[in-house]
Design a protein around this ligand. Structure first.
Ligand code: EPU
Length: 426
């Protein structure tokens, strides 16, 4: 859906408190996991984002009914699977929907899911998902752009991931929860979104051991019951606002955060000279009256510095005097923000996955977001300039940040954006 551009008037100090949304990337697999139970499941902390509406479309297609029971609460029920296929038109909208393959394989014994394509910043393979299914006893074939997976009995056995993958770990867990076998996953992701999925499934009666470690043991159970669960706070949204505070020389208090999920981000911002105070479930980032320093950043799997904050950090560092080096080996092509930041006067040289950034004062320009986090980066950059930055590609921001313009206005930012017509998609 094409939306009218966002107008960001920069140069103002922001202040105040903001409630951070619950995690998009934890909510999506938890919504998908709800199809493993035939009983109603109520989820709280579901952000109203276009990616959530997309996954609900996929769920509707396979037989899940949903009702919004509150602004961010959703009740889902899947009495039976009516369709074991997730077609290209839906999977193509959002790569994360590939994990319905594991969930359908568990609940229905077979599934056909369109091969997810790459995204704006390069290829995003699923070889580890497929290898895991095969190692655990499922048959997986690939034909005409679709993956077809089938199991005869329960999945069982051991798979060692060749690299840390959040989605691959999600998919293998979902596929293994129901049945009589025991599955061991080694070199599994310890990402917060994986831990949240496991905790959710265990509240429904699953028997998954080892959450937060690299070895997961999943004892199959005959069925899952219904339940209620609240999704964790969104550490990427929190990190984005911390960087926004740093870039605009502001003091912002973020409520509904898990400071322990942001350790690497807080450490890097402190190294730059930002004051970060943690107080229970809130964080205050204060960059007033501070001369920030250039730093070097390398992304890693959790608990390292997240790739999902790399573009925002690059935008912040583009405004900080000195030379910073930012490297993103997790997604080496995640660089769509660079050309747009150049339009705003940024001095960034790219070599492979390395950005060498000479900080300078940015100026406003018309720019275009090509993906979600690049959009957030342009937003941060726009708020540092003395003029008006017009950001196109707003539909990407709406994939991951709930009512961003409205919430920023609450902090004193001058941001104009026509309201997206998301309510019509419920
Ligand atoms: N990889 C493979 N083979 C696989 C799977 C992954 O080589 O079969 C590689 C990827 O190419 C990448 C690395 O492993 O280099 C990590 O990828 P991962 O599978 O962990 O990523 P993902 O599950 O597809 C999720 C988030 C992304 C986030 C990454 C990394 C969701 C919906 N997406 O993707 O979030 O960048 O983990 O943390 O949870 C975003 O929110 O902006 C976003 C893109």
């Amino acid at each position: 859906m094409q939306l009218t551009p966002l107008h960001v008037q920069g140069g103002r100090e922001l202040s105040g408190e903001i409630a951070i949304q619950h995690s998009k990337n934890a909510a999506l697999p938890i919504i998908v996991a709800s199809m493993l139970s035939p009983e109603p499941i109520t989820l709280h902390g579901i952000p109203r984002l276009s990616d959530v509406y997309t996954i609900l479309e996929v769920m509707h297609h396979v037989g899940t009914q949903h009702t919004w029971t509150g602004p961010n609460s959703l009740t889902l029920v899947t009495p039976r699977i009516v369709n074991t296929e997730a077609p290209y038109a839906l999977v193509n909208k959002m790569r994360a929907s590939f994990i319905v393959l594991g969930a359908l394989l568990a609940r229905a014994g077979e599934a056909t899911v369109s091969m997810p394509g790459g995204c704006a910043w390069g290829p995003r393979p699923v070889d580890q998902h497929v290898k895991a299914f095969r190692a655990l006893g499922a048959e997986v074939s690939e034909e005409n752009g679709n993956f077809h997976a089938r199991r005869q009995g329960s999945l069982h056995g051991k798979f060692i991931f060749e690299l840390l993958t959040v989605g691959g770990t999600h998919n293998a867990i979902l596929a293994s929860v129901l049945g009589e076998g025991t599955v061991t996953l080694e070199n599994a992701s310890i990402d917060t979104d994986v831990v949240d999925l496991i905790e959710f499934l265990n509240t429904l009666g699953a028997r998954i051991e080892g959450a937060g470690t690299n070895t997961l043991v999943i004892h199959g159970v005959p069925a899952l019951h219904g339940g209620e669960y609240t999704v964790i706070p969104d550490r990427i949204e929190a990190g984005t606002f911390m960087m926004l505070a740093a870039a605009t020389g502001s003091r912002l208090t973020l409520r509904n955060v898990r400071p322990d999920h942001l350790t690497a981000v807080s450490a890097k911002l402190r190294e730059m000279g930002v004051t970060i105070e943690e107080n229970g479930s809130s964080i205050t980032a204060d960059a007033r009256d501070r001369d920030l320093k250039a730093v070097n950043v390398t992304t890693q799997s959790y608990p390292g510095f997240p790739t999902d904050l790399q573009p925002q950090m690059s935008a912040l560092l583009a405004t900080v005097p000195g030379t910073s080096v930012v490297q993103d080996p997790v997604y080496p092509d995640r660089l769509t923000h660079v050309a747009e930041l150049h339009r705003m006067g940024a001095n960034i040289t790219v070599s492979g996955y390395t950005q060498v950034i000479q900080g300078t004062r940015l100026h406003s320009a018309p720019v275009k977001a090509a993906d979600l986090r690049a959009g957030a980066a342009l937003f941060i950059a726009g708020l540092t300039t003395g003029g008006e930055t017009v950001i196109d590609g707003v539909q990407y921001l709406n994939r991951g940040y709930e009512r961003l313009a409205e919430r920023l206005r609450g902090l004193g930012a001058n941001v104009m954006q026509p309201e997206p017509a998301l309510a019509a998609m419920d």
